[in-house]
Design a protein around this ligand. Structure first.
Ligand SMILES: *Cc1c(COP(=O)(O)O)cnc(C)c1O
Length: 496
């Protein structure tokens, strides 16, 4: 059955998958969601023997029903190739009884590569299918990892330009260097004097601005999004949950039909929502465990049913890609648990915008029964990196450590013996300063760049290419702007 996409704030209009990918955000400011959540049409027995690319096709064809087999396979082939440093694409590693699905083997060594290496191909294919003549301008807010992964994905892709906004003091040194050294004639990156929520709100406001859209159109441009509000980001992320389950079966770590729990270090709620979609496709996932850092607005939401971002201090943590107080993709879950009630969802989102808070109904709370949530303090995050390393030699990054802590705490408190898969979202090299300081405090005062070699020795792993590249690269981007000047900056870049 064809899947069509409609806005979480207005169910009346539906569009095809390719149109939803092109637009990014719906005209009413809502997010595109599938009109029904599709099921897998191949068995786990078949999936067991599949490569990552084959699994990607089996999953994505169920969502992107207006793509031909040839189009979709072509996108998959271009995305999941030697840009990844392992043929497995997403290896599943067992550490001390817990499984880590390592999602950081792509070009920019964070899990954003899993979707952003395919999004440019999905987008240009969508443009062709819909006879789009305009150049597509990808506008992206980043808490550190999306920006680089999107720039790497879109660099020199014909018919596209990309402009990235990141919080000036809100990303790691490695993350910043990765972005400001990005080559490509069509890429721009701007440091804003604000935090990630400011960047995201500024970008969303530009998407919703009809006058700006007209002006762009006159100059032969249109916006689209590489953030996880784009359904073209979300769908490729469903793949690795299916793949992880099939690998567990193939490795005889679980029995056919056995349920697993997944633990996801969460910021914008895209990754864990993909796990929810995988569960709905038929993957035997019991609990979806949402892990937050000290910006724990989601933890509080799952405890109380109240989403409250008022009077909350935005904290800069050692897991900066999760420093978020407005989790965009939660809206897709809210819509779903409201029984796909667009009016109810729109009302709650309006309340969030105007009052900074909303509360879901009891009926909606019942829809969250498969979710659990926890959070890690900065000390607990560091302790987890330290303890796991001392016990096993495995070095994990700060984001993954947040999830590993929450996983352990969940198991202790609940007594639930279900096997757990932790989404491992970044390479430790990307956050070498914090990771090494956690392993031994003697590293705490050493410059992050001086620790990269040391990390290679300590973890007994080879330094990834993504790191080697930035050690000798030139700084190409130095643009900065105030939060209220984001639109002017875009206009200047596009020479409107
Ligand atoms: C983006 C990111 C996250 C958060 O993922 P969401 O899909 O935004 O919830 C976690 N860890 C890392 C390393 C990231 O880059």
């Amino acid at each position: 059955m064809d899947v069509r996409y409609r806005s979480t704030r207005n169910s009346e209009v539906t569009v095809t998958a390719s149109q939803a990918i092109l637009k990014g955000l719906a005209d009413d400011g809502g997010l595109f969601v599938p009109d029904h959540l599709p099921k897998l049409s191949v068995s786990m027995e078949e999936l067991k023997g599949m490569t990552y690319q084959e699994t990607a096709y089996a999953v994505m064809k169920e969502f992107l029903t207006d793509f031909t087999e040839e189009e979709l396979k072509n996108c998959i082939q271009k995305a999941y190739d030697s840009k990844f440093d392992t043929e497995e694409i997403a290896p599943l590693v067992k550490v001390d009884g817990t499984y880590f699905i390592e999602l950081f083997h792509g070009a920019t060594i964070a899990f954003k590569d899993m979707a952003l290496s395919i999004l440019p191909h999905l987008l240009t294919t969508s443009a062709k299918k819909n006879h789009v003549k305009n150049e597509i301008v990808i506008l992206t807010a980043t808490s550190g990892d999306t920006g680089k992964a999107a720039m790497a994905g879109f660099a020199n892709v014909e018919g596209t330009r990309i402009i990235v906004f990141y919080p000036k003091n809100g990303v790691s040194k490695v993350q910043e260097m990765q972005m400001v050294t990005q080559t490509g004639d069509n890429v721009d990156v701007v440091a804003i004097h604000g935090n990630f929520d400011n960047a995201q709100s500024g970008v969303k406001a530009m998407f919703e601005d009809k006058k700006l859209a007209e002006e762009l159109d006159k100059h032969g441009y249109q916006f689209s999004s590489a953030n996880s509000i784009n359904i073209g980001r979300l769908v490729p992320q469903v793949v690795y949950y299916v793949y992880a389950y099939a690998k567990l079966l193939d490795n005889e770590e679980i029995q056919p039909g056995e349920q697993i729990n997944v633990v996801v270090p969460t910021g914008n709620f895209g990754n864990i929502l993909a796990a929810y979609y995988a569960k709905n496709m038929g993957v035997p996932i019991a609990k979806l465990i949402c892990a937050s850092n000290e910006n724990k607005v989601l933890f509080d939401f799952f405890q109380t049913g109240v989403y409250d971002r008022k009077d909350r201090e935005f904290k800069l943590t050692t897991s900066p890609s999760m420093d978020i107080l407005i989790s965009s993709n939660l809206e897709r879950l809210i819509y779903q648990i409201a029984g796909c009630d667009d009016k109810k969802n729109a009302e709650l989102m309006q309340a969030l915008k105007s009052e900074g808070v909303y509360e879901i109904t009891d009926a909606m709370k019942a829809g969250l029964k498969d979710f659990a949530a926890g959070y890690a303090t900065e000390a607990q995050t560091a302790e987890t990196i330290h303890d796991v390393y001392k016990k096993t030699g495995y070095v994990m990054d700060t984001h993954t450590a947040v999830a590993a802590h929450v996983c352990q705490e969940y198991q202790e408190n609940s007594g639930d013996k279900t096997k757990c898969v932790v989404a491992s979202t970044a390479s430790p090299y990307k956050f070498a300063g914090s990771v090494m300081a956690a392993i031994d405090e003697k590293y705490a005062s050493v410059d992050e760049f001086d620790l990269l070699k040391e990390l290679s020795q300590v973890s007994n792993t080879e330094m990834p290419n993504a790191i080697k590249e930035i050690l000798n690269a030139n700084i190409l981007h130095t643009l900065e702007c105030d939060v209220d000047k984001m639109e002017d900056t875009v206009k200047a870049i596009l020479e409107l």
